[in-house]
Design a protein around this ligand. Structure first.
Ligand code: NOJ
Length: 550
């Protein structure tokens, strides 16, 4: 199995505000994360992705960056970052950082300069246009977070573009000086030991150069979660201009060309209606035999797929069919923008979901707390902070409920902070934190956490699960998604049951008598016979037990 680390490693996403508060102010920080890296190494993940920790006014909790090369004092210092990177590497973990190229904060010195005058040297680092003669915005584009994507700057009489909040002006990726600066920023972090970048709203960095109006949507629904007014337009001109691929070829050259180490670029790509367009972000074949684009465009498809055996299989098969030669798939079931997995899919599906994610062909990304089965928190109105909820006019779009603090133990503050009490935490704890926490679940072999530990150990010991081929089984009853993974002599059969009933699966001959390496609901399962019975929302990985130590 000769594969780059990013194909086989399980990525674990940390939302820095919520992982562990090392300085007692009720907000998580880098020192807190460093303290807990041992937990992640023991869990068996291979890489950590940190959501933004850069200096920021926090209008969008760090996705509004005011200095791309620093650490917000709330989270620590560059020295804290270096300590975190060193500790991660000592533990054998790779470190991926968020990179936010589409927009900066309006407090970034570049934008402060840019808005000073029409002829300021930084004017063209952002997208400025005259309003229409009647004073309305330059075009009909809308902000994701509600309202027009343009704000008029009274002093200079022009409007600037912001795909998100007005505090997040879009950078002009058609200006070579912006591109050069951003590439240097990637080098800055690589020199500090960063192993990869998660690129925020990657599909949006290049827009139609003529800034044409978007057409009106006939059907506001579609294959994604409703986004409010934003869905009234078809977003053909405000994102995904074909020139975006040149920009990612440049990212790729910068990252691959830095030194001899393997690094990864993972783009946040929201392309649900056209998987071919999603796959185009892998780029085209290069002379060196690779692909020119992102190592992986994030695949959010499972978040939008009906939670049925047929729905999930159809999605996986569609992804397999659309991948360019040499491209490596990936799957996501939760992140800081989505409702918690346990709530979205139902608590009964938590282990099934974990088994799916950790056995599919491709790189899985886990979201902090999902390994405990943490549920979405119904954050009281007076403690909600996410601007998407407030400004879009659709409170349900608020993302606070999936960003609440991690629970480490059963103490009143859940071990998140030593200094602050839970009422001073930036967001409230989940109500069942006394039982849903790391210490309690680690001590219970039947907990969700113990299941995840076993699942990661089984995956990490099996070349087939980490890197092998994928072959779906046709001869399974309705409600079951079954597939085989194989790499050389190593083979695993994965059976996943989506349903409330019991179901019997005829075991393919090659697996009869084989042990069950992992089951969602039991720790000890007899070797399989001719027929294997799966209970409600149950899954099993069949094949030799652990073939190698981690
Ligand atoms: C996508 C990020 O995941 C989300 O949290 C953020 O609000 C927007 N991009 C804007 O940066």
């Amino acid at each position: 199995m000769d594969r780059p680390w990013w194909q086989t490693a399980v990525v674990y996403q940390i939302y820095p505000r919520s992982f562990r508060d090392g300085d007692g102010d009720g907000v998580g920080d880098l020192a807190g994360i460093t303290e807990k890296l041992g937990y992640l190494a023991d869990l068996g993940v291979g890489a950590v992705w940190l959501s933004p920790f850069y200096p920021s006014p926090q209008a969008d909790f760090g996705y509004d960056v005011s200095d791309y090369r620093g650490v917000d004092p709330q989270y620590g210092t560059l020295d804290d970052f270096d300590r975190l990177a060193a500790r991660a590497h000592d533990l054998g973990l790779k470190l991926i950082v968020d990179f936010v190229p589409n927009h900066s904060s309006d407090q970034h010195p570049w934008f402060v300069e840019s808005r000073q005058s029409r002829d300021n040297p930084k004017r063209d680092w952002y997208v400025w246009r005259d309003p229409k003669p009647d004073g309305s915005p330059p075009n009909n584009w809308l902000s994701h977070f509600g309202g027009p994507a343009w704000t008029l700057d009274e002093a200079t009489g022009q409007s600037y573009l912001h795909s998100f909040l007005k505090e997040q002006p879009d950078l002009n990726w058609r200006n070579p000086a912006v591109v050069d600066e951003m590439m240097d920023t990637l080098r800055f972090w690589m020199a500090r030991g960063v192993d990869g970048f998660r690129i925020d709203v990657a599909h949006a960095i290049l827009k139609d150069p003529e800034l044409r109006d978007n057409p009106l949507a006939e059907d506001a629904g579609g294959f994604h979660k409703p986004m409010g007014a934003y869905d009234t337009l078809v977003h053909v001109h405000d994102k995904a201009h074909p020139d975006v691929h040149e920009a990612f070829a440049r990212f790729r050259q910068t990252v691959d060309g830095f030194d001899a180490q393997e690094r990864v670029t993972i783009g946040e790509i929201h392309e649900y209606d056209d998987l071919g367009r999603w796959a185009s972000y892998y780029g085209t074949p290069t002379e060196a035999g690779g692909l020119s684009g992102l190592h992986m465009p994030f695949n959010f498809g499972l978040l939008n797929t009906p939670w049925t055996a047929a729905g999930v299989r159809a999605h996986v098969d569609a992804i397999e069919a659309v991948l360019p030669d040499g491209a490596w798939p990936n799957y996501v079931l939760g992140n800081h923008d989505e409702r918690r997995l346990a709530t979205r899919l139902g608590p009964e599906s938590v282990c099934l979901a974990g088994m799916l994610l950790l056995t599919l062909r491709g790189a899985p990304t886990l979201y902090y707390g999902d390994e405990l089965g943490m549920e979405e928190v119904d954050v009281p109105l007076d403690r909600r902070v996410d601007p998407w909820g407030f400004r879009s006019g659709v409170p349900e779009l608020g993302r606070d409920g999936c960003r609440t603090p991690m629970a480490w133990d059963a103490s009143p503050g859940a071990g998140f902070s030593e200094g602050a009490g839970p009422s001073d935490y930036w967001l409230p704890l989940h109500p069942d934190h006394e039982s849903v926490n790391v210490a309690a679940e680690a001590a219970d072999p039947d907990s969700v956490l113990s299941f995840y530990r076993r699942a990661l150990a089984v995956r990490n010991a099996s070349p087939a699960l980490q890197a092998g081929s994928y072959r779906p089984l046709d001869d399974v009853p309705e409600g079951v998604f079954g597939f085989e993974r194989a790499e050389g002599d190593d083979r695993r059969l994965v059976l996943l049951h989506f349903g409330d009933d019991d179901v019997e699966v005829a075991v393919p001959e090659a697996y009869r008598g084989a042990p069950v390496a992992l089951a969602t609901h039991d720790r000890e399962v007899e070797p399989v016979g001719e027929v294997f019975c799966l209970g409600p929302w149950a899954g099993a990985v069949v094949g030799p037990g652990l073939t190698a130590g981690r």
